[in-house]
Design a binder for this molecule. Structure first.
Ligand code: DAT
Ligand code: MG
Length: 140
């Protein structure tokens, strides 16, 4: 597997509880490099665009409101097999189903407020990175 890049968000429930450093420690311990990172506060419209793939789901409105409720930290992670590796470090969407030691098992509040986002495929990773970062901001 070649070196890949993936897009990550440390979500409002985690930034609010001052968990950015603890989450970054798990990311770095897994061998992923944080090659770009910034703190932003999304508007509901920006959150809606980011999660547009879920717009028909019953939780969409709540999800957009939550993502715009507090600042988030957006990141680009780089490493061997980064997309799948970060999904592993994150754990299952529902913290009750997440494996021991994962970010969501240790920190998530609920299925909706689950501390982190990670891209699910190379195409979505490329789109998500381009939405939040200019090329010059990626320092590998
Ligand atoms: P993931 O974040 O693991 O990729 P997803 O893409 O299926 O999960 O969903 C995106 C986010 O939407 C998820 O992180 C939290 C929220 N979500 C998903 N399913 C939900 C549900 N059944 N109830 C409330 N929020 C949900
Ligand atoms: Mg997803």
């Amino acid at each position: 597997m070649a070196i890949q890049r993936t897009f990550s968000i440390i979500k409002p429930d985690a930034t609010k509880r001052n968990l950015t450093g603890a989450i970054n420690a798990k990311i770095e311990a897994a061998g992923l490099r944080i090659i770009a990172q910034k703190r932003i506060h999304m508007t509901p419209a920006q959150a809606g665009h980011f999660y547009a793939v879920h717009k028909e789901r019953p939780f969409y409105g709540e999800l957009c409101e939550f993502m715009a409720s507090e600042p988030v930290v957006v990141q680009v992670l780089e490493g061997e097999n980064a997309i799948a590796k970060y999904r592993e470090v994150m754990g299952a969407t529902d913290p009750a189903e997440a494996a021991a030691g994962t970010i969501r098992k240790d920190f998530a509040v609920s299925k909706g407020e689950n501390s982190v986002h990670g891209s699910d495929a190379p195409e979505t990773a490329a789109e998500e990175i381009a939405y939040f970062f200019a090329g010059l901001e990626l320092v590998g």
